[in-house]
Structures are given as C-alpha cells and as structure tokens.
Ligand binder design. Structure first.
Ligand code: DGY
Length: 322
C-alpha cells in the first residue's frame, strides 16, 4: 500500500471542515492556538508533505530548508505576508490563499470601523460605561459625517472595490490610489476617481487602508504621510499593522492633527504599542475584519480544498495567491 501524504494543521480550525483532510491524508493537527517557536515549526514541517497554516505562522527560508518533503502550503487568509514567497517558490512549494470568500465580510467591517471612528462610537461607549453621562447635552462627542464625505481608498483590489460600493450607498465621493489604475469601465461602475498618493491623503475626509503588506508598503503611512491628512480626517486600517508607523500616528492624534483612527491590525500584534491604548480617539479591534462565522468557515473550507487539489494533482495544481 502506498503511504498517504502527511499534512500538518498549524492551528485549531473548524474540526468538521478540517476532518475532510483525513479522507486523503495522514493529519497531524495542533490542538490549541499556538505561537509555534521556529524550531517547533521546522520540526512539524519536516515531517509534512502539505500544511494548512494561518497568519500566525511565519514560514521562511530556515523552516523551508528543514522541510524536504513539503510540496504545498494552504494559507487560511487572503494576506500571505507570513510566508516567504520567493523562498517557497525557489523550493518548488505551491502556496495557496483564500481570496473572494472574505471580500464582502471584510468590506462590511472596514466600513463599520470607519463609521465607528468618524462618529466616535468606541469612545462614546467607554464614556457611558465610565458613568460620565449625567444629562443629554448638545455638544458632547461630536464626530464627523460619513454621508456626503470623501472616502480615500488606498488599495483598490477586491476589498477596496467592495468598500467603494458601500460608499456609494452613503452618497460619498470615492477617491482611490492603487499600484495600477483600474480599467475605466470598473472605475465608472464604482464611481471611483483615481488620484495620486499625495492627493488621496490631502483630499480624503476618511482614509481606509486595504493594500497588501510588502517591503514597499512597510510604514507607508509615516509621519510625512500623516502630515498630509487634514486635521478633521480619520484613518482606518484593515490591511496589516506594519503599513502604519504607530508612533507617528500617536503623535498626530496627540497633537490634534488627525480626528481619529480605527485599527483592526497592529504591527506587533497581538502585542500593542502601549501609546495606542492611551489614545481617546481610536477604535481598536483584534484583527477580526473577516470574522463572521460563515466567512471564517468558508475560508477554512477553501483552504482545505486548495490543499487537497495541490497535493492530489501535483506541484502545479491549486490556487496560487492572488
Ligand atoms: C486575511 O485574510 O489576510 C485577514 O487578515 C485575516 O482574515
């Protein structure tokens, strides 16, 4: 009897979905949410033909060198900055991700976080819970409007476009900046105007970050970029924490050069820059933008399908990251 391929599952996911891997492979699953130490990760991958991993699992050259059998990695997530793609590709290891299935859910959350930031919902709730509400008053916790405002979208991929569609329903003007300009027909469909990076910053009432994390986007929103935003503007980040210089953001908030920030992602997450926790005008959430039950299940199901396809059909099968 030929040996079945061995698969390592790096985190507990939905058992009923992951169980499908057992129909094809010998599966070793991690029972608890774990930050795998590099040596433990290398040991797990050394024995595996395939792996189902999440953004918690950085895989680089050292882990790959220790994994001679590894043929495929299915990442549960659309972002894959946890993976060293050039090293994986040089080793002939196929990588897949889970686009599409999370687009609308993530756009819902990004829009909600932008609204919560503009209307100071987190701050208002904290204020109420602290017992500070003595009587209704006219000028307490005044925020900025969302309807009719100008939304700046940095990164106009699937999620950026889904956010633009929501903005249309709120009568917002949509500006975007992207590595490459969209087809004019797609721009028309989304009522979105392409502008340069500096113009996006200068004109947005609300700026939302939806671009991939890469060496080029590392701390793209730094002190100089923040200085171009208008003082009444808000910044929302549902992409990756490393795109924003968090200390520069705190400086801007403390000096009243920015009205607020909604952050679902953080550079050192789950560790937080302590200065962020001191800011009043922020809404902070623990990287949950794609976190509806249905969407998280769909992400795991797609990753499982990808791994079955990739290991079942050889090195070029499955869905490459897009
Ligand atoms: C992703 O998919 O990249 C998100 O950040 C987690 O859902």
């Amino acid at each position: 009897m030929t040996e079945r391929p061995r698969v390592w599952v790096s985190q507990p996911l939905f058992d009923d979905i992951v169980a499908r891997l057992g129909e094809h492979f010998e599966v070793t699953a991690t029972p608890e949410v774990t930050r795998h130490a590099p040596a433990a990760m290398a040991a797990a991958l050394a024995a595996a033909d395939g792996a189902l991993v999440t953004l918690n699992d950085p895989i680089g050259a050292a882990e790959i060198a220790a994994a001679p059998r590894l043929r495929a990695i299915a990442n549960v997530g659309v972002g894959y900055n946890n993976l060293d793609l050039p090293a994986l590709s040089a080793a002939g290891i196929l990588v897949t991700n889970t686009p599409d299935v999370l687009t609308e859910t993530t756009a819902d959350f990004g829009f909600a976080l932008m609204m919560a930031t503009a209307r100071r919902i987190g701050e208002a709730e904290r204020w109420l819970r602290e017992g500070q509400w003595r009587q209704w008053s006219f000028d307490v916790l005044l925020g900025g409007d969302v309807h009719g405002a100008t939304l700046g979208i940095l990164g106009m991929g699937r999620i950026g476009r889904a956010i633009a569609r929501r903005a249309g329903g709120f009568g917002m003007r949509v500006l975007y900046h992207n590595r490459s300009r969209l087809d004019p027909q797609v721009e028309r469909e989304h009522a979105a105007e392409y502008v340069g990076f500096d113009e996006l910053l200068a004109r947005a009432d609300h700026l939302i970050l939806v671009l991939p994390y890469s060496p080029q986007s590392h701390r793209l929103i730094d002190a100089a970029a923040l200085a171009k935003l208008r003082p009444h503007a808000t910044l929302t980040n549902i992409a990756r924490g490393g795109i924003v210089d968090e200390d520069a953001l705190c400086d801007a908030l403390e000096q009243g050069r920015l009205a607020g920030a909604g952050l679902d992602v953080f550079e050192g997450e789950p560790a937080l820059n302590p200065r962020l926790l001191q800011q009043r005008r922020v809404v902070l959430t623990p990287h949950v933008a794609s976190g509806s039950l249905a969407t998280r299940r769909a992400m795991v199901a797609l990753a499982v399908d990808n791994l079955i396809a990739a290991l079942g059909r050889g090195p070029n099968a499955g869905r490459p990251p897009s």
